[in-house]
Ligand binder design. Structure first.
Ligand SMILES: [Zn+2]
Length: 169
């Protein structure tokens, strides 16, 4: 490990401890040249397996790209999206699996997106879960109404869903 202070290419581990319930290892290192100490963190690589069978490293940017269309015109800013992507990554890492199916990434997006904006959630869910009829929307809205996570936004819900639905035709 290269020393981040003097760029010397050797350092020794002076301490090593698990962090984040064992999902990470943190190592305290000391540069053998300048004596500076620094910390490194080791985590398993999180790979996403696509339907084609190909896999790629998990990317928060891709999560953001995936939900940004559903958030168009909604009061959702870049910080909200960054936080959402972080929560999705935490949820996926908490499974302890090194490989996760792309489908599960979509599932992990649903809950935090719903908390963020219910209209964006409905748009995303309608694509992700292939809503094919007005009944699908009605069923989902009934679920949202039964357990509102953000009651203040419910008033605009039906109007927006009708817009989304007619735009989909
Ligand atoms: Zn050094």
């Amino acid at each position: 490990m290269i020393c981040p202070f003097c760029r010397h290419d050797d350092s020794r581990v002076v301490d090593s401890r698990p962090a984040d319930d064992g999902a990470q290892i943190r190592r305290r290192r000391e540069c053998t040249e300048c004596g500076a100490r620094f910390t490194t963190q080791e985590t398993t690589l999180l790979n996403i397996v696509k339907r084609s069978g190909a896999s790629e490293p998990f990317s928060r940017e891709k999560v953001i790209a995936g939900v940004s269309k559903a958030c168009q015109g909604r009061p959702v800013n870049n910080d909200d999206l960054a936080l959402l992507a972080m929560r999705v990554e935490e949820t996926l890492r908490a499974t302890g699996q090194a490989e996760i199916e792309a489908q599960e990434v979509g599932l992990a997006i649903l809950a935090p997106l719903r908390e963020l904006d219910e209209v964006a959630y409905l748009r995303f869910a309608s694509v992700y879960r292939s809503f094919s009829s007005l009944e699908d929307f009605e069923g989902e809205i009934a679920l949202l109404r039964a357990a509102p996570s953000n009651p203040a936004s419910n008033n605009s819900l039906v109007k927006n869903v009708v817009e989304v639905n007619s735009a989909a035709k």
